[in-house]
Ligand binder design. Structure first.
Ligand code: BES
Ligand code: MN
Ligand code: ZN
Length: 495
């Protein structure tokens, strides 16, 4: 979606489609300047359409305006007191669904200024933008959406223009994640992920690539053990975005398994293809840094990602192997399919030691169990800090990327005790799989560091269409991190 503009006046003679957003009680529309125009042209139809206009309900009809047929789309914004950035963005997604298959037309969106939400137009436009993303790289016949431009009528042009400028940079980060995740594992190889990280250099991000030799020197044996069955290389990449002096960075850590076949603890073949998405954590870190760098955010963030492929060969690690992690803690590899926590053990430890961050947030498609617990709606949040948790929860609610906190009680620690080593990489039996995975990670963060782990295994990918994304990759996490970092770990632009 290109050519999004905001203006106070309406250029009715140029548009093919007019989108009117109204609250459940029909108000909003009534407060708008457009009322005058519409009241003359179509008082009855409009009144009918705005009656019983529940959230996301969309009514449309054609009118004749100066001899041309113009489609009027009335979209329900729900209850005024429930309106939020998240509800507006989602509504934008539903609106896009309605107009996506339309023949090429100029589309004008008239949005009422929601009470307390002056940037409503920008949020709606952001939702439309997010929903318009498609991945047709491998389709020889391409069918991109046909909308040519969108003009948003608003009384707060400056506010909406500025808000949308930032939101479109957030969308760029989201799209980077979706593309990387959708790419198959023969394209999105470890080398390619490194490439994607290196691209950030152009935006002023310092990128340091550690290859297998460097990792061996650092004694990242847990990560290397995962990678040893693959012919492909493994890497740790650190991306430093530094816009402020004298501010310790906040660290984002990501799991970057380019394909997770399970290793010798092989996964069943049904749906194994989906494990191309097991690098999403790393993609979210890259996407977030991209957004922050594009926005020139006044913050210091370091992203650290561990990249490897978890497949089989004569060199693959075996169940029962014991490895000495970088932290010196020994790990019994009970199941080679619990590989994410092995690479994160070393990457978390490295991040803490190397960058002394004020907080670490890690993103990982860590457990299938998180889907059993929370489905595709909520990502699991685990943290050793109530403060960090509540900051994350607040951003989660604000942007509509839902998080649910799960316990990390010390009593679960006995589940990952090993008979032969300090810890083992699975829990006991089938219970609390996402919690025991998080308990394992906690061993490698240490006591003094504020840390949160987001298990995004089920929110990153949905076989069903979602409000702001199609089937497949969602890009969950970038919008959350953007808000979280801007609110709690940056100097506000006005300072
Ligand atoms: N990458 C998977 C988790 C996953 C599952 C992500 C489904 C997305 C969808 C992870 O590496 C894994 O295999 N976890 C195992 C852990 C088990 C062996 C303790 C799992 O969830 O089955
Ligand atoms: Mn696995
Ligand atoms: Zn995995």
């Amino acid at each position: 979606m290109k050519n999004v503009t905001f203006s106070e006046t309406l250029k009715l003679d140029l548009v093919d489609s007019i989108i009117v957003v109204a609250y459940e009680d029909g108000r909003g529309f009534a407060e708008d300047k457009l009322r005058e125009v519409f009241d003359k042209v179509l008082p009855k139809r409009m009144q009918e359409a705005t009656k019983d206009l529940g959230y996301a309900k969309i009514e449309s009809f054609d009118i004749s305006l100066s001899g041309r047929v113009v489609e009027i789309v009335v979209a329900g914004a729900g209850r005024k007191d429930m309106a939020s950035r998240a509800s507006m963005e989602k509504l934008g997604g539903y609106i896009f669904n309605h107009i996506r298959s339309k023949d090429a037309h100029v589309c004008l969106m008239n949005s009422v200024e929601m009470v307390g939400i002056e940037a409503a137009s920008a949020y709606l436009a952001s939702g439309i933008l997010l929903k318009s993303w498609i991945f047709d790289k491998y389709k020889t016949a391409k069918k991109p959406p046909k909308i040519k431009s969108m003009e948003c009528q608003t009384s707060y042009t400056e506010i909406n223009r500025n808000a949308f400028e930032d939101l479109s940079k957030v969308a760029e980060g989201v799209f980077a994640v979706r593309s990387m995740v959708t790419e198959p594992a023969n394209v999105m190889t470890p080398e390619q992920i490194v490439e994607e990280a290196v691209k950030l250099k152009k935006l002023g991000v310092k990128v340091t690539v550690l290859d297998a030799k460097d990792l061996a020197k650092l004694e990242m044996n847990a990560l290397l053990a995962v990678a040893q069955g693959s012919d492909r290389n493994s890497y740790v990449v650190a991306m430093e975005y530094k816009a402020e002096k004298d501010m310790p960075p906040v660290a984002l850590v990501g799991k970057g398994i380019t394909f997770d076949a399970g290793g010798l603890s092989l996964k069943p073949s049904k749906d194994m293809w989906r494990m191309k998405m097991d690098m999403t954590g790393a993609a979210v870190v890259i996407g977030t840094l991209k957004t922050l760098a594009l926005k020139k955010s006044r913050t210091n963030v370091v992203g650290v990602i561990g990249i490897a492929e978890n497949v089989i060969s004569g060199r693959a690690q075996r169940p029962g192997d014991v490895v000495v992690s970088m932290s010196k803690k020994t790990i019994e590899v009970d199941n080679t399919d619990a590989e994410g926590r092995l690479i994160l053990a070393d990457v978390l430890w490295y991040t803490k030691e190397r960058f002394s961050p004020q907080a670490i947030v890690d993103f990982a498609t860590l457990t299938g169990a998180i889907q059993i617990a929370l489905g595709h709606e909520y990502a699991g949040l685990f943290s050793n800090s109530d403060e960090l948790s509540s900051q994350l929860m607040a951003s989660s609610e604000y942007v509509g990327e839902k998080l649910w906190r799960l316990p990390l009680h010390p009593s679960y620690a006995s589940d990952i005790k090993s008979d032969i080593a300090d810890v083992k990489n699975t829990g006991c039996g089938r219970g609390a799989g996402s919690i025991t995975a998080a308990m394992f990670l906690k061993e490698f963060v240490g006591e003094g560091t504020k840390w949160a782990h987001l298990d995004i295994a089920a929110t990153e990918w949905d076989d069903k269409v979602r409000a702001l994304s199609g089937k497949g990759a969602t890009g969950f996490g970038v919008r959350l991190m953007d808000d979280f970092i801007e609110k709690h770990y940056s100097r506000s632009k006005g300072d």
